[in-house]
Design a protein. Structure first.
Length: 428
């Protein structure tokens, strides 16, 4: 009996010790969790210098504080990034922070996939006037803020000034469509060089339409307007250059890369592309042994240019701890110092006015004035359409633009009217 009681007592003691141990372990686990960093995933688009910039900034953020750890993950092009984000959100596994190409801000916001940042901005008293007004047109949806400008761009005209000077052309470049046509014809040499190279894409076309004081979609969002006078004139202009052989317009999935390589290899003297390519083109120009400069997209009735690039967004349905951490990361990435760093590193626009005034950016503009052109061009910037159907409309219009370039018997008006019929159905 004593033996039994001893064993029983030992059992009770052991049970109590185990219970205490489990309680201590649970308490310890909570303590450890409170000390652990909040883990965030950040998805971004594009590689090369742009990807390197994203990885660098994330590493800098992780080293700047002890509460949050961000893992940066490359997801391809904007289209690929958007498709993966939508799929991940549907599966309940979306990244906490990602990029929205600016024309897609409305699509993601209205579908409930991204968080309204207005309360966070108001709580931290962020000076929204410090963000360049020319870049804010694609940040708001229904008067709520869904993204902060991050890596933002406009198309600009790249110039091989070595070739221009050899032809006796002003190396500052053409200022109007008429001058651009003259430059392109002068630079063209049969079987060796064309005046300019560019892909046919909607973003560039938006710029040409804006230069005729036109727009892509009516103010009420119920019909497209790209088949009106300004849109037809823009496509006529490109068709005319293509038919004379003074501009190369590659088509297909690799069109952008082909047009870039023609410029880099000095098979074209001018090239329309994003300011985001500036650092890359400057490196390539140095390797290939020619001088590079940049200029506004030429004016028709006026200067006009769309903005592009990405805003940083927070995905919705996050628990409070993740929300606060995601906001801290977005706020840090879009602050003055980081904005200046990204602009200098890539050629993207400094989205904050205070970043333009930093010693880093002022020194950059003094040493390499090519970087300042896109900032000056923002005076004529237009926001991109944000209707939910616009991605589909862009695909329809892109097909018709390519047909108009490749099919000699297809007029600009016919091509654009065909695209408009399909686009208006999508808007309805």
């Amino acid at each position: 009996m004593k033996h039994f009681l001893s064993v029983a007592g030992l059992f009770v003691m052991m049970t109590a010790m185990v219970a205490c141990g489990e309680e201590d372990a649970a308490s310890g686990s909570e303590g450890e969790n409170s000390d652990e960093k909040v883990e965030l995933t950040y998805w971004y688009a594009w590689g090369d210098k742009i990807g390197e910039n994203n990885e660098n900034l994330v590493e800098m953020f992780n080293e700047s504080q002890d509460d949050i750890h961000v893992t940066a993950e490359y997801q391809g092009t904007y289209d690929e990034l958007h498709a993966k984000t939508q799929a991940a959100f549907a599966a309940g596994d979306a990244p906490e922070v990602t990029q929205n190409e600016i024309a897609s801000i409305g699509v993601f916001a209205k579908s409930g996939m991204t968080e309204d940042l207005t309360p966070f901005v108001e709580e931290d008293d962020i000076n929204m006037d410090d963000f360049n007004p020319g870049l804010m047109g694609n940040s708001y949806v229904d008067e709520k803020l869904y993204g902060l400008p991050y890596l933002r761009s406009t198309p600009i005209l790249y110039l091989n000034t070595t070739m221009l000077e050899e032809k006796g052309l002003d190396p500052s470049g053409p200022e109007t469509w008429d001058e651009f046509e003259e430059y392109a014809e002068e630079l063209t040499e049969e079987d060796t060089t064309v005046g300019a190279s560019m892909p046919i894409n909607i973003w560039m076309y938006e710029g040409f339409v804006a230069q005729g004081n036109g727009q892509m979609i009516a103010d009420d969002g119920e019909s497209v307007t790209f088949n009106e006078e300004a849109g037809v004139e823009a496509l006529d202009f490109l068709q005319g250059l293509y038919k004379t052989g003074s501009i190369k317009i590659p088509t297909g999935d690799e069109a952008g890369d082909v047009a870039k390589q023609d410029f880099i290899n000095q098979h074209s003297g001018m090239h329309f592309s994003s300011t985001a390519d500036l650092s890359y083109f400057m490196e390539m120009a140095d390797e290939q042994g020619f001088e590079l400069d940049t200029a506004f997209m030429p004016a028709n009735e006026t200067y006009g240019v769309p903005t592009g690039g990405a805003n940083l967004v927070m995905t919705s349905e996050l628990e409070e701890e993740k929300q606060e951490a995601a906001w801290e990361f977005i706020k840090w990435m879009t602050s003055t110092e980081q904005t200046a760093y990204a602009s200098e590193f890539t050629g993207y626009l400094p989205s904050r006015l205070s970043a333009i005034e930093t010693d880093k950016i002022q020194s950059l503009y003094e040493e390499q004035p090519q970087f300042k052109v896109a900032v000056d061009q923002l005076e004529y910037a237009r926001p991109r359409p944000m209707e939910e159907a616009y991605p589909e409309i862009s695909d329809v219009l892109s097909d018709e633009l390519n047909r108009a370039i490749l099919e000699e018997d297809l007029s600009s008006q016919e091509a654009l009217d065909g695209a408009a019929d399909k686009a208006n159905s999508l808007l309805q």
